[in-house]
Ligand binder design. Structure first.
Ligand code: COA
Length: 188
């Protein structure tokens, strides 16, 4: 699957993307992506081999003009409620988004996420899209709000991605944002 916008192509990853991805994953910008850190271009090549089969829900954000991979966006179908069984509809998605710092502040994240939401709602059966973002991640909260997502709540000390210097878990306060298909259609 390839998603086109004015300035971007969202497409599956290939092995050739390793160097571009290493640029932004050698030092993940936020704690929630700490586990994605890549230690070398070779490790990035291995990671690209894993991602290569992902054609529906995991996209490289690339510049139309140069082909450069400037970030990524993904979300997978889930039931969206904790007591669901295997018969529950998987109509809920929670996106992760990340841009190379060099390409932030240019509207690319919004352009990519807007097209991705359209794709999830129109082609992948999404009924609800929700996003978690840490309390100090103002750029991600701003993106949620620009996409028309509602702030649903703040979960205090919700999750820990890294440890404090003394080895104890560093718990983060997390906002949840969400938008329903009917809200997206009314908003777009
Ligand atoms: C979250 C993240 C993806 C947001 O990226 P971003 O570049 O700030 O977001 P946008 O694409 O919406 O661009 C924002 C600004 O670009 C500017 N901009 C410049 N040129 C523009 C253009 N042609 N069109 C639109 N906006 C443009 C605008 O000022 C816009 O701000 P505004 O909405 O106040 O007008 C980015 O900060 C990131 O990758 N962070 C690290 C990873 C992360 O935190 N992920 C989320 C974990 S929860």
């Amino acid at each position: 699957m390839i998603i086109k916008t004015k300035r971007l192509l969202l497409r599956p990853f290939t092995e050739q993307d390793a160097a571009d991805v290493y640029e932004y994953l050698k030092a993940p910008a936020v704690h929630c992506f700490a586990c994605m850190k890549l230690n070398s271009v070779q490790q990035a090549v291995e990671e690209m081999k894993h991602r290569a089969g992902e054609t529906e829900y995991y996209f490289a954000i690339t510049l139309k003009e140069s082909g450069k991979v400037i970030g990524e966006i993904d979300a997978y179908p889930e039931s969206g409620e904790p007591h669901a069984d295997e018969n529950s509809a998987r109509d809920t998605f929670s996106p992760c988004w990340m841009l190379n710092a060099e390409y932030q502040g240019k509207g690319y994240a919004f352009e990519a996420a807007h097209a991705f939401f359209d794709y999830l709602f129109q082609e992948k059966g999404a009924r609800r899209i929700y996003a978690y973002t840490e309390e100090d991640n103002l750029a991600s909260q701003h993106l949620c709000e620009k996409l028309g997502m509602r702030k649903e709540g703040l979960f205090k000390e919700f999750v820990s991605f890294v440890n404090n210097p003394d080895g104890t878990p560093c718990y983060e306060n997390t906002y949840q944002y969400a938008i329903l298909k009917k809200e997206w259609e009314a908003h777009s």
